[in-house]
Ligand binder design. Structure first.
Ligand code: SF4
Length: 284
């Protein structure tokens, strides 16, 4: 059995940067907590907790003088002010691409555009982008969420960084006949698009596709969705122990891809587990 690992699968630039910042701060005993889990990977979060880094839900959970890390998804501008008032030090690991989406939404809102965010309403990144418009922007998952919305003359679209370009196209096409002026700020992250395209190409060429990443990871969920569309034998797992022998029965080629917050060790573990199953099948 041949195993094909998608190029660039796993940890992206933004997550690598956040992990490096956390590691450096821990070495200097300067990290007390993260605002929400640092990344959508339970193993990494567990390790941080063992190193004394708590996960908190709000600034008021912090004591004065402690350091709070903002994760790649970013946060509301209010957090910085609350932290300052409470004497909490902020270590900002917001991914620069997310920060760009926040700035774009803020700028367009200030320029009187009606801002629509293509994203998941409950996702912390989409919410952080919305909070940069003072709560004025609307988060939609697609045109169906806009049926009841009264659109203004000037509409601007900004994206959660992990969205699919296809979804952006669908939204733009639905908006065009309904508005006079439309601005599209494509804030989808290049690493996301690249990984999605490479995963799709691999999923088309293999018998079985394994997608590794946290079940709460939006970009991993997107990858699993994209791969499933062209390969019904696609399985999303968080760790190697979840692999099922029956999934790869009779497969000649198995593809592996992974979300942006999946460490290389998780990819290596799945690769090793697949090789072992293949060897055992050959010996049987
Ligand atoms: S997927 Fe893109 S936007 Fe998200 S953290 Fe990684 S580099 Fe940043």
């Amino acid at each position: 059995m041949e195993i094909v690992i998608v190029k660039d699968a796993g940890v992206c630039f933004g997550v690598r940067r956040a992990l490096d910042m956390a590691e450096q701060a821990i070495e200097q005993s300067q990290l007390s907590a993260t605002l929400g889990p640092l990344i959508h990977n339970p193993q990494v979060v567990e390790k941080l907790q063992q190193q004394g880094v708590r996960v908190v839900g709000q600034v008021t959970d912090m004591r004065p003088g402690e350091t709070l890390m903002i994760r790649t998804h970013g946060c509301s501008p209010d957090v910085e002010q609350e932290a300052q008032e409470r004497g909490v030090v902020i270590l900002d690991a917001t991914c620069p691409f997310v920060a760009r989406a926040q700035r774009e939404a803020q700028r367009l809102c200030n320029e009187s555009w009606q801002v629509i965010i293509l994203g998941e309403p409950q996702h912390p990144e989409a919410r952080s982008i919305r909070e940069h418009t003072g709560g004025a922007a609307i988060i939609v998952e697609g045109p169906e969420d806009l049926e009841e919305v009264k659109l203004q003359d000037k509409v601007a679209v900004v994206c959660q960084t992990t969205q699919r370009i296809d979804s952006l196209n669908v939204l733009v096409n639905a908006l065009l006949p309904r508005v006079r002026l439309l601005i599209v700020s494509n804030t989808i992250c290049g690493a996301t698009t690249q990984r999605q395209e490479a995963s799709l190409a691999t999923a088309r060429q293999v018998d079985v596709m394994i997608v590794i990443g946290g079940y709460h990871s939006a970009n991993t969920a997107r990858l699993a969705e994209i791969c499933s569309e062209v390969n019904p034998r696609t399985h999303h797992i968080e760790r190697a122990e979840e692999l099922q022998r029956k999934w790869i029965a009779g497969a000649q080629r198995v593809g592996i891809t992974a979300g942006a917050s999946t460490p290389n060790s998780a990819i290596e573990a799945v690769d090793a587990a697949l090789k072992q199953i293949a060897e055992e099948e050959q010996d049987a």
